[in-house]
Design a protein around this ligand. Structure first.
Ligand SMILES: C[S@@+](CC[C@H](N)C(=O)[O-])C[C@H]1O[C@@H](n2cnc3c(N)ncnc32)[C@H](O)[C@@H]1O
Length: 260
């Protein structure tokens, strides 16, 4: 998309992100599983955004670092209670990935697909691998692509109110594994606001290959952060890639105490 850059998504969604996406996944089970995988060590979130996950994770006593390319997203995070506990950096998740030895690096809710080429995605795996302590985990949460269900173009309507309508306009290119679109946000008071997005999807098998090339091994794959088994019908996955021998292997099975 001409004119689209790494901060376009965050900058154009920052003012509505929490309102539109607060319910996209179960925060409690996500932070519980992430804290278990971290095993008391420091954590880095790539594309930390408004802190939807980083803030509750930090509130559990986990040392949380985050990076995001959008200043506006980080401003939303900084304005929230508890923000001082999250070490946030403005920058690109690949080129500017913070130095350190993390027990866990994670990237939630399709954010990995914001890297728009195979090479950028591969570079992300390599950079994450260099930041992991031995036994650490790189966790990727994403949708399972289904190209047969991807229309070449579509327009859908989000909920309409008396003074606002939001149209979702998208196109996709199955061969290139790319989709892009705009949320066209029309209000009586402010006119038209465009909110662009662009993704390059990858299958779980392609992620496994990128992990292997970076020296990481698939240790677990679930359908969701509450560790529902992954299967052929799963539409989403949480993949745990491990560096070396996993240090906190006992944490990968839920103990009775973890039952919600
Ligand atoms: C879908 S939001 C997810 C935010 C948060 N992780 C969550 O789960 O709510 C994706 C975030 O990734 C950020 N992002 C996109 N491309 C990035 C890049 N190349 N480097 C760093 N952050 C990026 C966006 O600015 C946005 O805040």
């Amino acid at each position: 998309m001409r004119g689209y850059h790494d901060a376009s998504y965050g900058d154009s969604f920052a003012d509505v992100y929490d309102q539109w996406y607060h319910g996209i996944s179960d925060v409690a089970s996500t932070t519980r599983t992430l804290a278990q995988l971290a095993g008391g060590g420091p954590v880095l979130e790539l594309g930390v955004g408004t802190g939807r996950l980083a803030l509750p994770l930090a509130a559990e006593g986990v040392e949380v670092h985050g990076i995001d390319t959008s200043e506006r997203m980080l401003q939303q995070l900084a304005a929230k209670d508890g923000a001082a506990a999250v070490h946030a950096t403005l920058g690109d998740m690949v080129d500017d990935m913070p130095a350190g030895r993390f027990a866990l690096v994670f990237i939630a809710y399709n954010t990995f697909f914001n890297l728009l080429t195979h090479d950028r995605q591969q570079a992300c795996f390599r950079a994450a691998a260099t930041r992991l302590a031995d036994g650490g985990s790189f966790v990727v949460e994403a949708f399972v692509p289904n190209p047969h269900h991807e229309p070449a173009s579509s327009i859908t309507v989000r909920p309409v109110t008396a003074d606002r309508v939001v149209l979702s306009v998208s196109t996709s290119d199955t061969a290139a594994q790319r989709a892009e679109g705009q949320f066209v946000d029309i209000t009586e008071s402010d006119g038209v606001r465009l909110r662009p997005w662009s993704i390059r999807w990858a299958t779980p098998e392609q992620l496994d290959a990128m992990a292997a090339a970076a020296g990481l091994t698939l240790a677990d794959r679930w359908e969701s952060f509450d560790r529902m088994p992954f299967g052929p019908q799963s539409e989403r996955h949480v993949s745990v890639f491990c560096k070396g021998t996993r240090a906190n292997s006992s944490s990968v099975r839920p103990s009775p105490l973890d039952t919600p």
